[in-house]
Write a protein of this length. Structure first.
Length: 262
């Protein structure tokens, strides 16, 4: 039985879940187009992917929080004759702190990357994806999508957007050959904690964190099976089921206590 040689674009591919997803596809012999800000880290991931079995790896260093970068990703793929059949919208980060005390510009930048970039790249890549008999989009959200998060207001709201957007487009694309899924991980051992300014909560997070490779394997497997919502880990699945049953105020108070600085 022949296997499909996927051609995969991965954003936020320089570390964490993005790098792990790239390696999962590399082991399948895929061609990869890796996108992130840090070119040196991208090249390190590219080398690992080639060693793992990727048939081709392209890297493109660009800041995806800049709206001008989104079209350039598609243009670069076309220029390099990379006809993607899979788009992984993984790039994103969080900013921790009280909304009023955080920089407005930083929060707007956070929204551009977590939401606008996902919408734009999905829209821009769809014509290319439709050229294939079967193609895929994987949007990476977070279990914060299931509830409001005090001190993580914009991040949680942005991930709720990603989940809602994915569910809607999944329905629209049902009769096409394009599968779109949402990976909804909980705490994962990545650079997220330090980027968000949450070093004080690192010990709590480590107790329930999953490794990026475990999350990536579940995510790719779920995508290829056309699963709409992919929630890795028993604790996260349990949380997803319990949150809608509890009073919202109670859930929000509990969420705030996890990240509060004592």
């Amino acid at each position: 039985m022949s296997t499909v040689q996927h051609k995969v674009v991965v954003t936020g591919a320089s570390q964490g879940i993005g790098a792990a997803i790239a390696e999962v596809y590399a082991k399948k012999g895929a061609e990869l187009f890796l996108v992130a800000r840090n070119e040196a880290k991208l090249k390190e991931v590219a080398d690992r992917c080639l060693q793992a079995g990727a048939s081709r790896v392209e890297v493109f260093a660009v800041d995806l929080s800049n709206p001008e970068s989104w079209a350039s990703v598609v243009n670069q793929a076309e220029t390099r004759k990379f006809q993607a059949d899979t788009l992984v919208n993984n790039a994103g980060y969080g900013v921790w702190g009280e909304f009023e005390k955080l920089s407005l510009e930083e929060q707007l930048k956070n929204m551009r990357l977590n939401m606008d970039c996902v919408v734009s790249l999905t829209h821009l890549f769809l014509p290319m994806l439709r050229k294939h008999q079967k193609s895929y989009v994987l949007n990476v959200a977070s279990t914060t999508a299931y509830q409001a998060m005090p001190t993580f207001a914009v991040y949680a709201a942005s991930k709720s957007f990603v989940l809602s957007f994915t569910r809607a487009i999944h329905h629209e694309l049902k009769k096409s050959g394009v599968v779109i899924s949402c990976l909804v991980p909980g705490a994962t051992s990545t650079g997220f904690i330090s980027r968000a300014g949450l070093e004080h909560a690192a010990e709590k997070a480590e107790k329930v964190s999953m490794e990026p490779m475990a999350v990536a394997k579940i995510g790719v497997e779920g995508l290829l099976k056309a699963k709409l919502e992919i929630v890795p880990g028993f604790v996260n699945v349990l949380s997803k089921g319990l949150v809608p049953l509890l009073p919202k105020g109670l859930v929000e108070s509990a969420a705030a206590s996890i990240y509060e600085k004592k």
